[in-house]
Design a protein around this ligand. Structure first.
Ligand code: HEC
Length: 471
């Protein structure tokens, strides 16, 4: 089973060779006259209801025909433009296989569009699948996806955000309770500490505070530049090792098989929570769920979260005039052979698109990932399928190109008349690509290449296609 993303991939299994090239270009039949009961409800249950059910984060429930019908037009437009589900990565370039793909297949999009175009009929209620039970409280997405409950939960103290306020940064530090020996982390997830917290928590980062005498403290981020002082843009985001960066809409980070992050007793979690007022007072904090490797099991590689900068001149280089589309670029030289395992573009309200491109030492370039449709509400994390994680030799430059839309065409833009610069507030801007990476020595690098087509960059795995054809 190489390379295809099964979870969330309803209907992608039975569909022949195309799957290997694009997990969503399935060739299953699109029904001629789709009905809600027979054709649409199963898609909504699989791809929408986690969010579109009572008490969840979306504004309306899509469980029943009665609930969904009034939204038919809006559903068509969001689905057709691939705004919903919130999976905004470009489908024509870069890595195309993911562990956490929540997008619709082309057939599912076509089925929904046809259903709406033909009048959004209910069909025979007897065709309805049983209703999915509604979650009544917060949950861990990792648990829902079958990884069990987290082994450790670290909670930040709560913060009361008044109804009206400037943005706040809530930065308490807490112990990692229950950690009695060094352990390797396999997966992490951050969630607000209560349902209402979803309204005010814009992002939340859990940094590990290391003992400065610990030799490890120095080796973090050893593979990239960016320890060059305060005005160094890479240093701005990489000064401390992070376990996870969570933002609105983000699920969990599950590190690639054989990789993990080490935590030790005595270390603390320093929180960096960006809180945004919403017109009512809300009290909330964050919780970090940690899934561990079994005791004594040590992953081969240590994974680091790096924010590859999109700002070559640092904060000062971000200068977006009113009513313009602007762009910036950043360049980071890899000092070590590096495997990249995910992509999460980070911007604020003017963010529009981000390209991550590798410039190999021989001058060749390859696009690693491109999000063309960035939406501030959705800091989606695109976790690469295990056999699609690209590898780069030391000396490769990670080139991040960031585009900003400061015009009124950008629906998230609070004020196109403003000049926008770098800053922490939501109304300021920033641009970096969060990526978990791990480093290979030269022998490991050669071994890695040999197993993955012999070429650096995104692995070409023709065997994928054959495997799929045999199914
Ligand atoms: C990860 C959570 C999530 C998933 C999955 C998801 N949605 Fe949404 N959806 C939201 C949230 C939150 C909003 C409101 C914010 C926004 O518009 O981005 C929304 C907004 C919408 C809207 C716009 C509502 C309006 O105000 O006009 C439509 C339509 C929609 N979703 C349809 C769908 C459909 C159909 C699916 C599945 C194919 C889906 N969504 C999957 C969370 C989700």
């Amino acid at each position: 089973m190489f390379g295809i993303t099964l979870r969330g991939g309803v209907g992608t299994l039975a569909v022949g060779a195309f799957v290997a090239l694009n997990a969503n270009s399935a060739s299953a039949e699109v029904p001629k006259t789709p009905t809600f009961s027979k054709d649409i409800a199963p898609i909504f249950q699989a791809k929408c209801q986690n969010c579109h059910e009572p008490g969840s984060i979306a504004p309306m429930s899509l469980r029943t025909f009665q609930e969904a019908r009034p939204w038919a037009r809006s559903i068509k437009s969001r689905v057709e433009s691939r705004q919903m589900p919130p999976w905004h990565i470009d489908r024509s370039v870069g890595v195309q296989h993911f562990k956490n793909d929540m997008s619709l297949s082309d057939e599912q999009v076509e089925t929904i569009v046809r259903w709406v175009d033909q009048g959004a009929a209910q069909g025979n209620p007897a065709d309805m699948p049983p209703l999915k039970p509604v979650a009544t409280s917060l949950f861990w997405q990792g648990e829902r996806d079958g990884y069990g409950a987290p082994d450790l939960i670290v909670k930040s103290p709560e913060y009361t955000m008044p109804a009206v306020s400037q943005d706040q940064w809530w930065r308490p530090a807490v112990d990692i309770e229950g950690l009695t020996e060094p352990r390797w982390v396999k997966m992490v997830e951050i969630r607000p500490s209560n349902i209402n917290g979803r309204k005010i928590l814009h992002h939340s980062i859990a940094h590990v505070v290391m003992d400065p005498n610990d030799v490890d403290a120095d080796s973090v981020n050893r593979g990239i530049g960016g320890r060059g002082g305060d005005d160094d843009p890479a240093a701005l985001v990489n000064a401390r090792p992070s376990l996870m960066e969570w933002a609105i809409g983000k699920g969990y980070d599950r590190y690639m098989d054989g990789t993990g992050k080490l935590i030790k007793p005595g270390q603390r979690i320093s929180w960096d929570q960006h809180v945004h007022a919403v017109g009512e007072a809300v009290t909330a904090g964050s919780e970090l769920g940690i899934w561990l490797y079994p005791k004594g099991q040590e992953p081969k590689y240590r994974s680091y979260l790096v924010g590859f900068t999109g700002l070559k001149e640092g904060a000062i280089g971000l200068d977006i005039p009113p009513n313009t589309i602007a762009h910036t670029e950043g360049f980071t030289v890899l000092k070590e052979n590096t495997v990249i395992t995910n992509f999460q573009p980070h911007f604020h309200l003017r963010g529009k698109a981000m390209t991550v491109e590798a410039i190999f030492p021989d001058g060749r370039t390859e696009v690693v990932s491109h999000v063309d449709n960035f939406n501030f509400n959705w800091m989606t994390n695109y976790i690469y399928a295990e056999n699609q994680a690209p590898v780069f030799p030391k000396g490769t430059i990670i080139h991040v190109i960031a585009f900003y839309d400061n015009t009124k065409a950008n629906k998230n833009n609070p004020d196109p008349e403003q000049w926008v610069g770098y800053g922490d507030r939501t109304v300021d801007e920033m641009a970096h690509a969060w990526m978990n990476v791990f480093y290979l020595n030269d022998a490991e690098y050669q071994e890695w290449l040999a197993k993955r087509g012999g070429k650096p960059g995104i692995p070409v795995m023709p065997s994928n296609t054959q495997q799929q054809q045999q199914q």
